[in-house]
Design a protein around this ligand. Sequence first.
Ligand SMILES: Nc1ncnc2c1ncn2[C@@H]1O[C@H](COP(=O)(O)OP(=O)(O)OP(=O)(O)O)[C@@H](O)[C@H]1O
Ligand SMILES: C[C@H](N)[C@H](N)CCCCCC(=O)O
Ligand SMILES: [Mg+2]
Length: 216
Amino acid sequence: MVSTGLPRHLFVTGTDTGVGKTTVTEHLIQQLVAQGLKVVGMKPVASGCEWLAGRWQNEDVMRLTAASNVQAPPELVNPYCFQPAIAPHLAAIAAGVDIRLDVIQSAFTELAAMSDVVIVEGAGGLLVPLNATHSIADLVQALQLPALLVVGMRLGCINHALLTAQLLQQRQIPCCGWVANQIDSHMAMQDENLQTLTDWLQQPPLLHLPYQGNPA
Ligand SMILES: Nc1ncnc2c1ncn2[C@@H]1O[C@H](COP(=O)(O)OP(=O)(O)OP(=O)(O)O)[C@@H](O)[C@H]1O
Ligand SMILES: C[C@H](N)[C@H](N)CCCCCC(=O)O
Ligand SMILES: [Mg+2]
C-alpha cells in the first residue's frame, strides 16, 4: 500500500458495511474543524432512512452534517437517499432511480468550492455496486480522490483489508493510509492482528480507534 500523505479532499472507504466509516469520517471532520479549516462531510449514496421533520433522513448524513462547519444544501451532501437499508443499487432499482456518477461529481465540485476540505464517505465496501455498471471504486476514480481505508477489526478483516488494498492498487487509486477501528471488544489476538495488517499493508495504521471510539 502506497501512502500519499495528507490530501486536500478524501474518500473514506472500508472493509465492509458497519466497520466504522462514519465514526472515522466524523472524527476526521472534527479534527480538521478544530484546526480552523472549513470542512464538509459528503455521503453521496445512502440507504436506510427515517421520516424526520417532513423528509427522509439518513443517520450517517445527519452525523456528518452535525460535525461539519460548512452547512451545505442536503441535495449536495447527499444526492441519493433511499428508504430501505439494503444494497444501494437494489434500493435505487426499487425506487426507479438511476444513480449517476456525473450528478455526484457536480455536487462534489460545488461542495469543494465552498470548503477547504470535503470528506466523502462511501457505502459499504469498495466494490459495492451503484448501478448496473458502476461501483464505489468507479465513483472514487470519477471524483479523483485518494482513499482512506477503515478496517473494522474483527475476524475476517485481514482478508477484506488485503483485497481492498489490492483493488486500490490495481485501479491506481492513491491510498493515504488505513485506520484500525476496534469494533469487536472480544476480538482475540488484537495486537497480533494489528501487526499482521501492518506487515501485509506495509504500513502501520494512521489512527487506531479503540473500542467505544475514543481516539488513541
Ligand atoms: N470503535 C468503535 N467502538 C465501538 N463501536 C463502534 C466503533 N466504531 C464504530 N462503532 C459502532 O459500529 C456501528 C457501525 O459503525 P459506523 O456506522 O461508523 O459504520 P459504517 O462503516 O459507517 O457503516 P455503513 O456501511 O452503514 O455506512 C455503529 O453502531 C457504531 O457506533
Ligand atoms: C444499509 C447499509 N448500512 C449500507 N449503507 C449499505 C451496505 C451495502 C452492502 C452491500 C454488500 O456488500 O452486500
Ligand atoms: Mg456509515
